[in-house]
Design a protein around this ligand. Sequence first.
Ligand code: NAD
Length: 443
Amino acid sequence: MSVLISYDPIDNKAIGKVSTTSEQQIAILVKKAKSAQKNWATQSLIERQQQIVAAYKHLGTVQESLGLLISQEMGKDFRRASYEAGGAVQNAQYFCQEIAASLQSESLGHGSELQYRALGIVAVISPWNYPLAMANNLLLPALMAGNSVILKPSEETPLVADLFVKTLNEVLPDGLLQIAHGGADTGKALVNSDINMVAFTGSLAAGKHIMSSAASSLKRLVMELGGNDPMIVMASADIDKAVQFAVASSFENAGQMCTSTERIYVDERIADEFEQKVVALASRYQVGAWDKPGVNIGPIVNAKQHRKIVAHLKDAELKGARFLLGHADYQLPFIQPTVVANITADMLLEQDETFGPVVAISRFNDISQAIERANDSPYGLSASVFGGVGAAGIAEQMEAGMVGVNQGGGGAGPWVGAKQSGFGFHGGAAGHRQFAQVRVLSK
Ligand code: NAD
């Protein structure tokens, strides 16, 4: 039996291991999931809700350990990791209520009823950057809709997922929620198995592969993919507010966030002041290990991701970018807070998702050029526009699923991407319903 070892990104020391799940074992999980799902789907929404809420209440007993494992496995500072663990535990009851309300049958008149029925088995495949939140956001609506779930967590964060599933299973019916461990190959085997839906959060490349594999049996898909989020700062913007957001959203989770600001276009009339203030604020961020007080930028999750960030910075340096804070070359495992100006459209920092603590700034003298560059991306997850009168009109022209005016995108409702950032979505009534089969029953 092969094992998957989880490493601390700070010193690459092993912190634990799990057994990987083979293709044959996935077939066994699927068989068990099928039988558990049959019984689960016969129960009423309220019965399912009660059992799930009880399981999450029990999850509260390991909330601190979940936070600790998030920090240890992917380096997030302990305050943020605890917040993520607390959110998964504490919000479950409210979340279940909201899902239950959106899955109620609706009368269509003339004796017909619209129903939200279970799809069958949902594979939830999740990333490492928010290892608990991303898995939880997809598996809760899936379970509430009467499906069984097989979770394939990221190979970077197997231990937190393992504790999460094990603890919920001390209350949930046997076989309803199972876990398959391993890397991309385990994910591929799960996608190709006899399941009915794939709810995926991760990279665009993996999403494309999953979508093509799912086509053979028309498996339902929810795809929450990468982003390359732009921010436009107009001359009329409240500069301090824009600076605050620019730095916070570029550095959150060491920049390893799907909706982190990746590219900033600032009006040249205010650009000097904006850049100076960004540097002043960015310099106050502290980099270090997750358990050091005051640290708000942890290590980069692994060497591959670190290499990618450095490659983007070196490419920018070569093509004439100005480094206002930090530089282009960093040693593992950290990237210091970095502010780069004079970004041009041919740079990797502009074209690709960097996923690191980097503020990348370009100037514009014509707002239509800023909009064009902001939209010139295959991605379209979130976007923001900071400005006074006219900012809302600019926001209307942004090609993204979530757009914020003087704030980040995605404040309420579904978590949704446009273009190649997403295919299907979750959250809000419309999102929850994607985990169900719509049926019209006429009597
Ligand atoms: P990844 O695509 O490398 O891996 C995600 C998961 O998919 C892992 O569990 C992995 O083992 C599995 N996997 C990889 N290839 C697969 C395949 N071909 N078939 C089936 N499973 C496969 O992504 P990552 O590096 O873990 O996460 C970072 C990415 O996730 C970034 O692009 C980020 O923007 C994105 N993300 C998006 C959202 C969102 O809500 N849109 C949220 C968080 C992260």
